[in-house]
Design a protein around this ligand. Structure first.
Ligand SMILES: C[C@](O)(CO)[C@H](O)COP(=O)(O)OP(=O)(O)OC[C@H]1O[C@@H](n2ccc(N)nc2=O)[C@H](O)[C@@H]1O
Ligand SMILES: Nc1ncnc2c1ncn2[C@@H]1O[C@H](COP(=O)(O)OP(=O)(O)OP(=O)(O)O)[C@@H](O)[C@H]1O
Length: 317
């Protein structure tokens, strides 16, 4: 019975612009997604029975069909019934380190790891783009999580074009454990409040998405200039989340006031907030400073950094 253990990194959004509404109810986006070192470990193992099982020690991670990793395995069973009949079921173990419901693509990266893991277990030899296509069935962030790195994502978030890789830029990340923001709520509220500003015709949508490719933050990324990247970060969803969640606003303001912070932003639909900083040493100092100012144990704080990879094999037995 073979098994694989995979590293499944979280992501942050360096840029998120909502440019239009789609007939399927989703939104046209222009984003820059960045993998970070903060990662879960996902183990996949073949079972002699025809079941899918999910284990996790984390109290906020469901182990039933609502787990996106479970749904990834179910999708593989549906797509490759002959391999399922030949190799049997799959046991998935999620060693969770990424804060849950944080806007860090925690569930999405777990699902991406299961797609990659089952591809290996069943010797399917799927290409990256085939894996990404399967990922898009599960969620908008899943395709990015497969190869990770630094990427422009357009469409619903599933159309990817790689940018020059960033690494060694340090990040301090904060999230209140008990605070959750619904992604669907964030997009719906944005549409209600700012939908009138959406681009309506397809040609202008395409033009706007491609303008981001040559925009100022992409130039900053090409120059690997952390201070400039930090200055050009943007997230439209802050416009609806910050007024509704004062704790998120407070974290953002606290980060912004710390010496050594190059820039700060909410990730995805929140509620996690991150700051780009000059060095690892400074990141540790800032983390301590935030901890002293907010001694609330509900606040999770991490020092992490940008990384160049998505799902990676840690070991196989
Ligand atoms: C906020 C981000 O994390 C930024 O990277 C993503 O846009 C959301 O990615 P995700 O969680 O994988 O999103 P999905 O699971 O596909 O969708 C969750 C919900 O978000 C809304 N949604 C998501 C993506 C998108 N382009 N438009 C949307 O309106 C939809 O209401 C959907 O019901
Ligand atoms: N494998 C998983 N890991 C964490 N949460 C999961 C998982 N599968 C399902 N969930 C459920 O999904 C909800 C959102 O969790 P998740 O950590 O994926 O959010 P997120 O980081 O905000 O995702 P995204 O950035 O893609 O919008 C949780 O409340 C949890 O109940």
């Amino acid at each position: 019975m073979r098994s694989y253990t995979l590293i499944a990194p979280a992501k942050i959004n360096l840029y998120l612009e909502i440019i239009g509404n789609r007939p399927d109810g989703f939104h046209e986006l222009a984003m820059i997604l960045q993998s970070i070192d903060l990662a879960d470990q996902i183990s996949v193992r073949s079972l002699s029975t025809d079941t899918i099982r999910v284990h996790s020690h984390h109290p906020q991670v469901p182990t039933d069909k609502t787990n996106l990793a479970y749904r990834a395995a179910e999708l593989m069973v549906k797509e490759f019934p002959d391999s399922f009949a030949r190799f049997g079921g799959v046991e998935i173990t999620i060693d969770k380190h990424i804060p849950v419901a944080a806007g860090l693509a925690g569930g999405s990266t777990n699902a991406a790891a299961v797609l990659v893991g089952i591809d290996l277990l069943w010797n399917l030899g799927l290409t990256q783009s085939e894996l990404e296509e399967l990922g898009a069935v599960l969620g908008s962030d899943v395709p990015f999580c497969i190869a990770g790195g630094t990427v422009i994502a357009t469409g619903r978030g599933e159309q990817l074009s790689p940018l020059p890789n960033l690494d060694n830029i340090y990040i301090v990340l904060a999230k209140y454990r008990s605070l959750e923001v619904s992604t669907a709520w964030a997009y719906k509220t944005y549409r209600q409040q700012f939908g009138s500003t959406y681009i309506k015709d397809t040609a202008s949508l395409i033009a706007r998405a491609s303008a981001v490719h040559s925009g100022p933050i992409v130039r900053a990324i090409a120059n690997k200039d952390a201070a400039d990247i930090a200055k050009k970060m943007h997230n439209d969803l802050e416009r609806v989340v910050l007024p509704e969640y004062p704790q998120v606003l407070q974290l953002r303001e606290l980060f912004a006031s710390q010496p050594g912070v190059l820039g700060t932003m909410m990730s995805g639909s929140g509620p996690s907030v991150f700051a780009l900083v000059e060095s690892q040493q400074q990141a540790e100092v800032i983390k301590q400073q935030i901890r002293t100012t907010i001694p609330n144990e509900d606040l999770e704080l991490f020092v992490t950094r940008m990384t160049t990879h998505g799902i990676k094999i840690a070991s196989s037995v």
